[in-house]
Ligand binder design. Structure first.
Ligand code: AMP
Length: 427
């Protein structure tokens, strides 16, 4: 399990806030679903996937119920849909922590965060275009340029089953040429073999039956309209006929966003697709669904690699330097905060020099010096720091009761800097 420390924590929060506002501008409202659910909710994702069979943190609770920490967001959101039956179409975004018992490595953790959207109740291929474009656009807005959008269509339920059988027959006929690991996958879920990255299996995979030959006319038409829509809105894509993705519930459109700046084994920033059967599987009415999830940790790793989305500047406006001890520094700091000016101070006194070091390190725009002279005159000294100390920004004495006004005049937009950061990433 992982800790997220400053300043990474602020950057992560800014990324999620950026996602939230982008999705809300597109009509998606937030839904919050439990981190812990009945095991059955997640088992619907597919009994043949690693996520369910090998990676789930499941246990029996004190009432003897089988429960699990969520390994992904979609199943819980669709379970909430089935339970509450909101009006259709239901367009929601969701974010939070998931747990998978994977082998931890860079970009792959046992505890990781995702953000994503789900829409229920719309069959229109233009919705697929909307959802794919939202994911793509978000990554572009964050500043990532090395992202490839891979798209495929798995066909309808029956297409998928027929194709799965054809693929199984093909791999069975070539068992001798497959790796040990591939044979295990073959027995559980032959489709998963198609996106295996093991070199040993590459040749058999290359000659596998093709999905296009097994897709129904309706599924093909849906797919063509999605591709046409993506071209029309200017979202570049690469068709990936072998892209099947890990979870069992996908139908028709599937897609993945791969980063060119991460190691190939962990280069997926996110993905999604249609899951037209999931509502029924969870006991609800037949309802079309489509969504995606982005891995927050991965997106931030890609941002590191591409020098994008720096940690937000959460520095305070004013840093109070206390040269007299006593309560003045405490009261002034409180006064500034009370009107929404971001302020910090040092505790424990110390020399002017060491306190100024703290002030500089805080990134504050102004140091507020509280010394003997100032106290006697009921004033403070306002010393401009970093970037505010140019012409016109000389140090000066200010009556204590006009300090707030003075700081608000000098830094009109900075008083609310903290609040702005919370809603808008790197400002
Ligand atoms: P999935 O739910 O498996 O389709 O994953 C969607 C996205 O979540 C992936 O593309 C990754 O960016 C991210 N992700 C999945 N598993 C992990 C993990 N164990 N650690 C970090 N990120 C993950």
């Amino acid at each position: 399990m992982r800790d997220v420390l400053p300043p990474d924590s602020a950057r992560r929060r800014a990324l999620v806030a950026r996602f939230a506002s982008a999705m809300e501008l597109a009509g998606y409202a937030e839904v919050v679903v439990p981190i812990l659910e009945e095991l059955g909710v997640f088992e619907r994702m597919g009994e043949a996937t690693d996520v369910v069979t090998k990676e789930m943190y499941d246990f029996t609770d004190r009432d003897g119920r089988q429960v699990a920490l969520r390994p992904e967001l979609t199943a819980g959101v669709v379970r909430a849909f089935v339970q509450h039956r909101p009006q259709l179409p239901w367009k929601v975004w969701c974010g939070g922590t998931n747990f998978r018992h994977e082998r931890p490595q860079k970009g792959r953790y046992r505890m990781f965060d995702q953000v994503g959207v789900e829409t229920l109740g719309v069959d229109d291929p233009d919705l697929d275009v909307e959802v794919v474009a939202l994911a793509w656009q978000f990554l572009a807005n964050v500043g990532l340029q090395q992202v490839t959008l891979l798209v495929n269509s798995l066909g309808d339920h029956d297409d998928r089953s027929r194709y799965s059988e054809a693929v199984r027959a093909h791999f069975e006929a070539h068992r001798d040429a497959l790796s040990e690991a591939a044979l295990v996958t073959l027995d559980r879920n032959p489709l998963r073999l198609l996106d295996s990255k093991r070199p040993a299996d590459a040749e058999v995979i290359a000659n596998a039956p093709r999905l296009v030959d097994h897709r129904s006319d309706e599924a093909n038409e849906h797919y063509e309209r999605v591709l046409g829509g993506l071209r029309s809105v200017g979202v570049p894509y690469v068709e990936a006929p072998l892209l099947v993705r890990g979870l069992d519930y996908y139908r028709r459109t599937t897609f993945e966003l791969a980063s060119g700046s991460l190691d190939a084994a962990q280069n997926a920033l996110g993905g999604g697709g249609r899951y037209d059967g999931l509502s029924e599987d969870l006991g609800g009415p037949p309802t079309d669904g489509i969504g995606f999830a982005l891995g927050v940790d991965r997106v931030l790793l890609a941002c590191d690699a591409e020098d994008a989305f720096p940690a937000p500047d959460n520095s305070v406006v004013a840093f109070v330097v206390d040269l007299v001890g006593g309560g003045a520094a405490r009261d002034i700091t409180h006064e500034l905060r009370a009107v929404g000016l971001a302020a910090d101070r040092r505790f424990g006194g110390g020399s002017m020099k060491s306190q100024m070091k703290s002030a500089d390190r805080s990134g504050a725009a102004f140091a507020i010096l509280v010394g003997e002279d100032e106290m006697a005159a009921n004033e403070v000294t306002l010393r401009p720091l970093r970037g505010h100390d140019g012409p016109g920004g000389e140090q000066r004495r200010v009556p204590r009761n006009s300090l707030v006004e003075e700081l608000q005049r000098l830094a009109p937009s900075m008083g609310t800097a903290q609040i702005a950061h919370e809603t808008d990433g790197n400002g």
